[in-house]
Ligand binder design. Sequence first.
Ligand code: OSB
Ligand code: MG
Length: 401
Amino acid sequence: MRPAWPGITSCPSEQSEEGLALRTMKIERIVLREIHMRLKAPFETSFGTVQNRRILLVEVVADGVSGWGEVTTGETPAYNAETTDTAWHIISSFIGPLLQGKTLNHASDIPGLVAHIRGHEMAKSGVENALWDAESKLAGRALSRLLGGEKQRIECGVSLGIRESPQSLVDKVEAELANGYRRIKLKIKPEKDYDYVKAVRKKFPTILLSVDANSAYRPEDAGHLARFDEFDLLMMEQPLYWDDIYAHARLQAQIKSPICLDECIHNTRHAVAAIELKACRIINIKVGRVGGHTEARLLQAACGERGIPVWCGGMLESGIGRAHNVAMSTLPGFSLPGDVSASSRYWNQDIIEPEVEVSREGTIQVPAGSGIGYEVRRDRVEALTVRSQTFSKNQASVLAV
Ligand code: OSB
Ligand code: MG
């Protein structure tokens, strides 16, 4: 067991609270697939617009049970350094061959086994999380509970892409509030920022409102960003460089809006550094960006001990990634509504059943079934697959195009 952060002594799966004998899992097969899915509408951020998603799915078969994970990379290296193709390379050349045939005690053993691979958190996360799903299915428990989550329902917010005019953004906000969402996040970039936020704040004076710049500003924009103080924002997400915690500490001292870091935080050490430097007052946890559920759990505990609220971010995931986000959001540190929204906001048809649905009150009911708690629609996955590769001990890796 790696040294634990205070308050986290072990994985819940390692506690024998239910008197279960500790068991091992043999990884019989890992299947890596690339699927193509088209978003209902283009999504624009400060770094670009996406509509055609290229998503990697990881299926890990352990002791006869399939677990599923999703790699949350973008198609281009614009949000972080990874892409769908770099993740394919890392999993097919390194992680797949390393893990095939291995016998593990827990999914939480994976970070130690892949620690020699620098970075590539999203590639690692897709594989680790698939094993978390398999482990919880083998234990007959809901993934949310195996992770230590307690909530029955989670609170949802939405992330709204940049739009052509302030008025069309106000209309979109109105529609999402009517759908029940409890926090509205507006994507911003230079020139498409102040007037847009002002129009939304004027129409909705009391809603929980935040903005996300995805690293579009520079330290010399501090004066401009301080003008957003008047909007009483819940937070301003990642205004500066994707890799610079210190620059955010300097900015936080100059603006009232609480800074929330997203891109900058790849692990618990980064979070502790950011908190101690006063670079942020809130942290967005994305399971992929931090390398998987094991690190995400440690990170939310470290933030909890330091009084820093966290929430679960999204990466335009298919239902599989979304289901993992739902499970992670049930942990105690997740005290703000996340970017975990309904499948139908993004997809005409999702690849899980039932789809992720949001109630009129803006909440998602946490599934009680074992594993991720949603059924993977294999027929849909097969139809959407453009390439796949299988790793198993007794078989050379098989590439199918
Ligand atoms: O910064 O949170 C972000 C989507 C792609 C890349 C980065 C981000 C986002 C989102 C969408 O904000 C969140 C979602 O999946 O709904
Ligand atoms: Mg963000």
